[in-house]
Each structure stands twice: as C-alpha cells, then as structure tokens.
Design a protein around this ligand. Sequence first.
Ligand SMILES: [Mn+2]
Length: 336
Amino acid sequence: MGGLMDNLEEAATAIKMHDNFVLTTHINPDGDALGSLMGLGLALLNAGKNAVMIMPHPIPVAFQFMPGSRQVQKTSDVLARFDLGITLDCTDITRAGEEAQKVLQRAGKLLNIDHHISNQYFGDLNVVDPQAAATGEIIYDLLLKAKMPVTSEIATNLYTAIITDTGSFQHQNTTAKCLRTAALLLDCGAAHRVVQQHLYEQRSLESLRLLARGLESLSLNEEGTVAWMTISRDSLYSSGAAVDDSEGLIDYVKSLKGVEVGIVFKEVNPSEIKVSFRSNNYLDVNKLAAHFGGGGHERAAGCTINGELGDIEQLVIRKTEEQLFAMNENSGGPRK
Ligand SMILES: [Mn+2]
C-alpha cells in the first residue's frame, strides 16, 4: 500500500516507464475533471508518449476554451489496448461511464488519481488525497515529481481545476498549499483572465432566468439552518434553460445568512431527482448523501433519487434536519 507520497512517487515512475496511455474522467465533467484530464494528457503528449484522452460525450461548450479540448476523443471510437489506464477525479470506476470502463479494463494497469474522501481505491495504484482541493492540484505535484514541464497550456488546465473546485478560492478546501499551487501555475503562464471570463462571464439569458425561477422557489426550514431550491421540469421549460444551466445555483442557497446546509433539487428527468448538498461549517454532507446512495466531500456532495419531486424534498429535508439535530445534541449546541 504505502503512504500517499510513496504512491505519488510510484505513479510518477509508472508514467515515466510507460508509453501508451488512456485517460478519462467522470461523466458530467466539471472544471477539475477536465482540467486534470487535459493537464495530464497534454503533459504526456508533450513528452512524446501516446496518450489518448477519452470522454463519452462532447466537452461542454463552457469548457471548450480549455487547451486540449479538441484532442479529446469519443470513447466509443477508441478500440485500442493501452499499457496504463488513468482515471481522474472519479470516486469509483463506474463514474467514468460504461464504455470507458471497458476501455480501462482492457488496459494493462489502472491508475486512480482523485481527491474525494469517498474514493473506492479501485485502481492497481491509487493516488487519493482528500486534503487536495482539486485533483488538478495532485496532477501538478505528479508532474513535478515526474520532472515533466508545466507549459502555459497545462497550467491553464490545472488552474481551471483549482478555481472550479474551490469556487474561486471561497470554499473551505482552499488551503495555503492550494493557493501556492495556483500561484506557481500563474508563474507557469496560466491564463487567469481567460479562465475567469469563460467560467463566470459567459452566462446565457436563459440561465439567469433559471436563476430567477430558482430564487423564487427558495425555502427555509423553521430554524433557518436548512435552505433549498427546486428546479422542476416546468422551471427548466419556462426559462428555456438546459439542466447544465443550473450549475452554481447552490452557491446562492448556502449564501443565505444563518444557513448551515444548502440543497438544490433538480428534476433531471420525470421521477429522477438530482440532489446537491453544500454545508458551510460543520455538517458532513458526504455522509448525508451516502444515506441516499451518493457521496462526495464533507462540504459538497450529491446523490440521485428516483421518485416524485415533492416526496423526495420532504424525505431529504427531514433526514438533513435529523443529522443536524444529532450533531447539535452531541456537541451541546450548534457548532460555529
Ligand atoms: Mn474534483
């Protein structure tokens, strides 16, 4: 097994020794998923290796500015065998999607690089650091360890990874180390303004209309500790927005004064509700989401539940209040 640093060393050795890689990340990718994928992918390509980056769906438009996004191939088009498969930001192998799973299982060895506390250690080699703010932060350390140059393109990818997973350095996972890594990435030529512009200044009118609908639905429990927002099929329709446009709405929910847990209920399909959780100070929402078959981090997690929107809202809010109450009982009052 070995410690985390041993595993980083071993991963660096594996990367130097092999020449034929396939890399992927989780479905519904975020900035960290794609930044880690393309950050590591480009580094391997720059080193003259064969590195195939695969995803089951096209890169979301919002992330197409990221260097290397046009080199990512459709998973179903890739039939070759590889020496080393690498998953990035995936808690378990199913997160990569069914097709990618087949490609990865054909590879000689599997390297799992992630920072989720709920990671399942499914690789032959696992580099899992829950202290890392983003998987991209681990990739930076790995490139350093493998003595592979961090070009401005790679830096922009890894910087995007850190920016998105820390909510622009607002979340609790913003450590001194993560800020130092971000600073080093700027030294390497990461395009700070380009990243900010593409991530936060390209909103569509539809997505802002969806925000308005979402804010209208904002509710608060009696104690004022749990707030939630509901994105129904109707609100998606009437705003003309896509499900992707609801990304980031949860930050508004948890910004409400006095709230410990923010929840967003999204009716992604009829009777299929995606639930996102954020906590501000003390509730472990990874545990809360795990109760419903999901997971993530202590302060940010999610799950998908099948059933009627209204029923699921009630169920989840009751469970959230229960866990909050249990914590407050144990500590003799709300922790600050
Ligand atoms: Mn991540």
